[in-house]
Ligand binder design. Sequence first.
Ligand code: ZN
Length: 465
Amino acid sequence: MKKILLILTLVITFASQALALEIVKPSDKSSSVCTDSAHIYGTVTPESTVHINSQEVKVWKDFFVHSIPLKMGDNKITVVETQKNGAKKTKVINITRTEEPKEEVQPFIAKEPHTILTAKTIKNYAPVREKASGKSNRVIDLPKGIVLYLSGRQGDYYKIEETGETEFWINKNLISTPTSTDSRMPIVISAPEKSADNLYDYTKFAISYPVFYTIKQNDKTLNLTLYGVYGGPEAQKRNLEYTYNSKDTILGYDGVYSDGNFIFKTAKNPVIKNPNKPLEGLRIFIDAGHGGKDTGAVGPTKIPEKKFNLAIALKLIDLLQKEEGAIVSYSRNTDVFVDLNKRVDLAKQNDALISISIHNNSLPQGDDPYIKHGTGTYYYNYNAKNVALTIKNNLVNDLKLKDDGLNYKSLVLDRATDPVSTLIEVAYLTYPEEYMLLQEEKFQMEAADSIRKSLREFILSVQAE
Ligand SMILES: [Zn+2]
């Protein structure tokens, strides 16, 4: 009996040691931020009290989350855990608050007059931006091999020659070294040729070489512009403009170069045969955020975000396949690393109509975890706004979470125009109550079910007339 007690005591001691005071965020003993506050979280021995800089903070089961104001310069933060038996453990970290770095504006250097400056994109998903800055809006992601004419350079960005009110800029690392020539490559473009299959309508233009293009969506209209097209049926014009009108809500659309053609494709709206099963036969892509070496955010007791994302995604995949009869493809169904662009490629290769990326949030420094939390969704293209809004509203209602908004933000997994792409941040790992909920199977199931419900509602709202 004594032996068993001894073993039990040892087990308990080891168990409590495993949960003893540890600061999980910030993960380094000394770190630097430019915000006026920081939050700090970590594990504690159950039933102990915690003081941060002598102020007692709330302990949740076996962890704490706390926000502290920062003064300029060094901020020494002392965390003391007092266990039930009176034993104390102390951890000290330093957070240095610095000024926000200022972005230097470089002068614009125009190309030599009377010469033509040209380069090609050398990477897929090469963003064209509205300003000479990585922080500015993306107009379009270009594929590799697009011929660009440039008018000059500002810092690390080249300005694409042309046109109208919008400026187009591209980072020097995404294009070949620009060269000067005396004349443009002649270009010939054919009249549009239409075709269709089960999933898409296509408009094809035979073209001498791939040029820069943009596609703008206004409700039920898409405006395609192919820039610098001098020859062909539009010989008088500098650019070729093409308008696509739809009687239905516009879902996925894309421009693709293939075998000497520019192909403009638009996804067909689904024809729903059985209103009780609106997702039947539809192609849906589910992305469980992060995975493998990419943990995503890490919670106060070190559970990584990737685990919650996968748990919810698997439940959603199951519901969509078994109960809705949808054709589901996904980026991962195990704990593996998948490159971000590869996820988008997979969604496209599977001809998905909708792509849903599932994440859980963690607060950047400067915000208070007890104030900013809840559920939020993200979109970048107009065609994803409604599905993102529907998902967010249902999650807020079904899971009784705080509304963290319908957010417009450029992210790899919400940037594609085909499929219709949205990213969900179900809940925050930095908010104790949500972090504990995320660990419950029931909550994960409710989240998956709520997303399924939203997809049904969305599809019913956009079915073909
Ligand atoms: Zn994430």
